[in-house]
Design a protein around this ligand. Structure first.
Ligand code: ZN
Length: 496
């Protein structure tokens, strides 16, 4: 069983490279687990309530629901372009989700974990978040949002609080376990909890200010705070409160993939909510760092925002973009991206190494052996290397280490290209052992690359007559027949 989630995205603007980074990562993990035979469920979606969307809708003269209907379709279109294989696209305006939020609120209210009290503080509308003096920036003596660099608003109002402070000790214990990966992020949160004691968190907004959201079931004059609403999508998606059988099946293997900017919500607040609702914690929260854009200037992209369609244009298809994003994937370190870096990954790995090998092996098999290869002798050096690659690949992918797994496969493919240069099979009278060995490398590599470049894998499968296989039957030398009918050019080199 494998259940993987992305954060649900706030659809006030179309997705950009940052959303693609997280979503492709989750998709690759889902495809990998399907490939190894796990019963897999992959959830992504849109976070559709809250003041920011309410204001965007007002500004363009639409009802909020109209806006989010359009925007959730925009997200779906982008995910189709990037070949994202989600099982459910959840929207927080979905009926089953609204029921879940109300149910969760009732549970906490009946347990006296929600109470009414006054709130005052500095608030950022764009973040929909109150900022404490330790958090906000001071410019000309006035408090500013540290993210948006805009002045904060002073707000005083009655609200409902969730008794987060009750969970202080629990959270400190949990964060010492391996639940957050990489663990440095747990230490970061733990450090924060040690420094200042946990305060209760407001989970409602007055409906007169924020009308676009789910009303509190016990006080209709209030709207549920958008984060409280959004986090619950993960249990809705798995069937909590509607399909207990499904929920039992998937919830025990849930992995949340998130960017480090939303770590606090996904550890402190979410873990406390789950504990309060007596739902087990996720198996792991997988956190990745940022792509830092200082030198990526592609197409219409401006500033820090790189448009997905510009990436798709430049790297020809979803496979190119997916490969590049996964090749730079890093969980603990921010990565500087640039056109030079992306181009060089594409050209040297996809075009020159993998694409070139496919082309050469395809031509050799057709020209020298008429496309039909039935012999099974194999070069020992290549065999050893391929078997080691398969073994390490599984270990790395189970650890969410996609980038290293790709590096490893590239090592194998480079070796295969070097083998052709050295053996010169085109000059031999009987090159069948060489060509069979190369086809075996192609078969194994194609299989292992399937989660990252599914379209190219399919093309190779057709061109080389490969069968569907299980990872346990991959070992080199096991295939008894290839019928090569084409030598496709998969990745056209980019002129830099
Ligand atoms: Zn802000």
């Amino acid at each position: 069983m494998f259940y993987v989630t992305t954060p649900i995205y706030y659809p006030n603007a179309p997705p950009h490279i940052g959303h693609a980074y997280t979503t492709v990562f989750a998709d690759v993990m889902a495809r990998y687990h399907r490939l190894i035979g796990d019963d897999t469920f992959f959830l992504t979606g849109t976070d559709e309530h809250g003041l920011k969307l309410q204001k965007v809708a007002e500004k363009i003269g639409k009802r909020p629901k109209e806006l989010v209907d359009e925007m959730s379709d925009v997200y779906k279109r982008y995910w189709t372009m990037l070949d994202i294989s989600y099982d459910r696209f959840i929207r927080t305006t979905d009926t089953d989700h609204e029921r879940v939020v109300k149910k969760a609120l009732e549970i906490l209210y009946n347990k006296n974990l929600i109470y009414k009290a006054k709130y005052s503080g500095y608030y950022c509308v764009d973040c929909e978040k109150f900022y404490s003096p330790e958090e906000y920036e001071v410019i000309d003596g006035k408090p500013y949002c540290p993210i948006h660099k805009k002045p904060l608003e002073w707000i005083e109002e009655d609200t409902y609080y969730f008794k987060l402070s009750d969970f202080d000790g629990y959270l400190k214990e949990i964060l010492k376990s391996y639940i957050v990966y990489p663990q440095i992020y747990a230490k970061e949160i733990l450090g924060k909890l040690m420094k200042e004691s946990l305060r209760d968190v407001s989970i409602a907004r007055p409906a007169e200010r924020v009308s676009w959201g789910i009303p509190l079931p016990f006080d209709q004059k209030y709207t549920t705070y958008v984060w409280f609403d959004a986090l619950l999508n993960y249990v809705t998606g798995a069937g909590w409160n509607s399909d207990e059988k499904k929920f039992k099946k998937y919830w025990s293997s849930v992995y949340h993939i998130i960017g480090k900017d939303i770590l606090w919500f996904h550890t402190v607040i979410w873990f406390a909510m789950l504990k309060a609702m007596e739902i087990p914690l996720p198996k792991k929260v997988i956190v990745h760092s940022y792509l830092i854009n200082r030198g990526l200037k592609i197409g219409k992209s401006s500033g820090n925002v790189v448009a997905i369609e510009d990436l798709l244009d430049r790297y020809q298809d979803s496979d190119g973009v997916r490969y590049i994003l996964m090749r730079v994937l890093n969980l603990s370190k921010d990565i500087d991206v640039s056109t030079e870096l992306f181009d060089s990954i594409y050209n040297s790995e996809l075009a020159d190494t993998f694409g070139n090998l496919i082309r050469r092996v395809g031509i050799l098999a057709i020209k020298k052996l008429g496309g039909d290869i039935t012999q099974r002798r194999v070069n020992n050096r290549l065999l050893d290397m391929a078997d080691k690659t398969i073994e390490s690949y599984e270990r790395l992918m189970n650890d969410f280490n996609v980038s290293l797994a790709l590096e490893l496969i590239m090592g194998l493919l480079r070796e295969a290209n070097a083998f052709i240069n050295k053996e010169r099979p085109w000059e031999k009278n009987d090159p069948s052992k060489d060509i069979y060995s190369l086809l075996e490398i192609v078969r194994v590599a194609t299989f292992l690359l399937t989660p990252v470049i599914p379209k190219a894998s399919q093309k190779i499968t057709r061109a080389f007559g490969l069968k569907n296989q299980h990872i346990n039957d991959l070992s080199v030398g096991s295939e008894d027949k290839f019928s090569v009918n084409d030598a496709p050019i998969l990745f056209k080199k980019i002129k830099t």
